[in-house]
Design a protein around this ligand. Structure first.
Ligand code: B1M
Length: 210
């Protein structure tokens, strides 16, 4: 079994202490931080996703897996975001109203910071009005909205509507993402871009700020 497999197993079994020990060991052994995330932590979470869907894992167990994943990500984060690039731009990000999923959003945040964006993270269950207040306060070039539920992704449209009402739509680009979100949905609600994963989100933001 490779170290990546062991780390995936720790995520799957929700053993956050083991995830911490293994991630620390890999960091000390100078393993590429993005490989730790993709081949260890996300690989484990992908198995959790399949088992949750099949009814072989339940919410409390998935929460333990999420905790193990976040424990690993927090340890790797400083290495990925250790960058002396001056700010590439400002992004306000959050998970849409009604939705508590934050693992993907946190990875997108980390990836954006690693390519030099300064990111204001509004957290989860973020109301459209909160995005508006943040735009007025921080003047970002981009807002990023994440949704993991087919029900809550519909709330993304509310944010675009309220941006128009407030006369802010042409002042900020809007990007969206999350497991149920597609390019088709992005076009349908009139957002400026969709990204399939965190690395794509960083590329998209770079393109949008020109
Ligand atoms: Co939830 N959950 N969950 N869950 N959960 C899903 C999403 C689900 C698909 C599982 C399933 O049944 N198959 C399902 C939704 C079904 C649907 O809508 N059709 C579901 C459900 C039903 C629920 C509850 C309703 C369960 C319940 O209570 N009965 C409940 C809802 C709570 C709420 O939000 N109101 C719930 C709760 C939870 C937990 C709390 C247990 C936990 C979340 C912990 C946390 O986030 N802190 C959880 C988890 C972990 C999952 C699964 C298993 C994994 C999600 C995840 O973290 N993936 C998920 C199954 C799945 O997604 N297939 C599931 C790993 C992460 C790295 O990927 O988030 O997709 P992802 O992010 C990717 C890309 O999507 C993209 O980049 C990321 C990195 O590459 N991306 C963006 C994400 N955001 C982006 C934004 C961008 C750009 C790219 O621009 C701004």
């Amino acid at each position: 079994m490779t170290d990546f497999n062991r780390l995936s197993e720790a995520v799957i079994s929700g053993d956050f202490r083991q995830a911490e020990v293994l991630t620390k060991q890999m960091v000390e052994n100078k393993v590429d931080p993005l490989q730790i995330i993709n081949e260890g932590l996300i690989a484990g979470m992908n198995v959790v996703a399949v088992r949750f869907k099949a009814g072989d894992m339940f919410v409390p167990e998935v929460m333990m897996s999420a905790k193990a994943m976040s424990t690993g990500v927090e340890l790797v984060k400083p290495l990925v975001t250790e960058s002396d690039i001056t700010s590439a731009g400002k992004v306000v990000i959050g998970t849409v109203k009604g939705d508590m999923h934050d693992i993907g959003k946190n990875l997108v945040t980390m990836m954006l910071e690693s390519v030099g964006f300064s990111v204001i993270d509004l957290g989860v269950d973020v109301k459209a009005e909160t995005f508006i207040e943040a735009i007025k306060e921080h003047h970002p070039q981009i807002i990023g909205i994440s949704a993991l539920l087919t029900t809550t992704m519909l709330n993304m449209k509310d944010i675009l509507d309220i941006l128009k009402e407030e006369g802010l739509r042409d002042k900020v680009k809007v990007i969206i993402g999350g497991a149920p979100v597609t390019q088709e949905f992005c076009t349908q609600i009139g957002a400026d871009g969709y990204a399939d994963d965190a690395a794509e989100a960083a590329d998209l933001c770079k393109r949008l700020v020109g």
